[in-house]
Design a protein around this ligand. Structure first.
Ligand code: NAP
Length: 277
């Protein structure tokens, strides 16, 4: 009788100690009784190419990628999904049976699925969206909103040049506004997305005045530590529909798990609790 090798997956980055992915995938492996392992691995930039060569030989089906390797892995991939190419970064790698390295970015899928699960009646098509931030997460959010045919994206970033660069990359539907002007456009937008790191535990809060916000506006914070950020607290008091960032993390993980372990996992309250522990 031929024994099948134990399937392995993991997360690579530097560091990986902060990553919630081992808890997340570990919960799914236990829940579905899959005899696999998900392992955090700190990898130096100079060792990245060697790791891509060695990991499949050790039985790895794929890995998630976190800072600082999200862009560099694209240079090592044989196949790059359209959305990873558009965003310019990958978070999910698969070592295919034909020996090819496939790079994908599932942050946009996670962002949209999280909103759809929490606010199924909201549509990106209805009104412009305000996106705060112009880093890696903002690129995934902008790509996803454009894919959903939002009429306009108002983009504000502390460093305006980064927002201008994002507009140059993604094109005409983006209107860059000054960071200080963001509170004045709130009555025109159907959604406010915080894709800055403001509001994270240990950082300043996002001091966006919500005086002009319309009740019912969707407010989504990508930050998930804490789960209910100060922005979401105030938005809730102003009658907005609020969506925290944890669901995005959970939903972006699903395609990788399905590819590596061959099972489409559920995203439910048990998973949320396991990841928050
Ligand atoms: P990043 O590339 O480092 O970008 C950070 C962004 O935050 C930039 O736009 C930066 O503006 C802005 N920022 C930082 N400090 C600021 C301050 N004091 N005032 C104003 N703006 C400030 O990081 P990222 O990868 O895009 O991640 C951003 C956030 O999203 C993080 O909190 C991350 O944890 C979260 N995230 C969540 C998920 C999820 O699954 N929920 C996924 C990805 C990311 P400048 O350009 O001016 O520096």
């Amino acid at each position: 009788m031929k024994l099948e090798p134990t399937p392995l997956a993991g997360v690579i980055g530097l560091p990986t100690s902060h990553s919630r992915s081992p808890k997340l995938h570990g919960h799914w492996l236990a829940r579905y009784g899959i005899k696999g392992h998900y392992i955090p691995m700190d990898i130096q930039s100079g060792d990245l190419a060697r790791a891509m060569d060695v990991l499949p030989k050790l039985g790895f089906k794929g890995v998630n990628v976190t800072i600082p390797h999200k862009e560099a892995v694209l240079d090592l991939a044989d196949l790059i999904s359209d959305r990873a190419a558009l965003i310019g970064a990958a978070n999910t790698l698969t070592f295919q049976n034909d020996g090819k390295l496939h790079a994908d970015n599932t942050d946009g899928i996670g962002f949209l699925a999280n909103i759809q699960q929490s606010c199924p009646d909201w549509s990106a098509k209805d009104k412009p969206c305000l996106v705060l931030g112009a880093g890696g997460a903002a690129r995934a959010v902008v790509a996803a909103l454009l894919q959903e045919k939002t009429p306009e994206i108002l983009l504000a970033n502390r460093t305006r040049a980064r927002a201008d660069a994002l507009k140059a990359h993604f094109g005409g539907k983006i209107s860059v506004i000054d960071w200080s002007h963001a509170p004045h456009v709130l009555d025109d937008v159907g959604a406010i997305i915080n894709s800055t790191s403001l509001g994270m535990s240990g950082k300043e809060d996002l001091k966006l005045s919500l005086e002009n916000v319309r009740p019912g506006t969707l407010v989504n914070d990508l930050v998930y530590t804490p789960l209910k950020t100060e922005l979401l607290e105030r938005a809730e008091q102003a009658g907005c529909q609020v969506v925290d960032g944890l669901g995005m993390l959970l939903h972006q993980a699903r395609p990788g798990f399905e590819r590596w372990f061959g099972y489409r996992p559920e995203i439910d309250d048990a998973l949320r609790r396991a990841v928050l522990m």
